[in-house]
Each structure stands twice: as structure tokens, then as C-alpha cells.
Design a protein. Structure first.
Length: 62
């Protein structure tokens, strides 16, 4: 059985955004290192990014 891990970035800016570019390079590298450590965790298989929130679709069931 596989599960999907969704990460809520909170106030962390998205890479490529103006807010991201305003972060010091050391902070950008620290954020990337945190994500890389998740991908290296036993039992975790990294996958492709889902895309930007502006292109997201929500499916619901009532």
C-alpha cells in the first residue's frame, strides 16, 4: 500500500516566486535540504511535483 504525503508550506514561499528570490541563499538551501532529507527517509519513494496551486482542481463527493 502506498500513501501520498502532502506538505503544507505555511508561510514558506514557493521556489521561483518573488518572495523566494528575496530569501537569503543559505535559507533557500536549508529548505531544499529539508525536503531532500524526507526523500532519503527509509520507505519514502519520491515522486513528481503535483504542480502549482493556481492549476489545482478539487474533487469532492457528497
Amino acid at each position: 500500500m502506498k500513501f501520498v504525503m502532502l506538505i503544507c508550506q505555511g508561510t514558506t514561499p514557493l521556489p521561483g516566486s518573488d518572495s523566494w528570490k528575496a530569501l537569503p541563499e543559505v535559507e533557500q538551501k536549508a529548505i531544499y535540504a529539508d525536503y531532500a532529507s524526507i526523500n532519503k527517509s527509509p520507505g519514502v519513494t519520491p515522486g513528481l511535483p503535483l504542480g502549482l496551486p493556481s492549476a489545482a482542481r478539487t474533487v469532492g463527493h457528497r
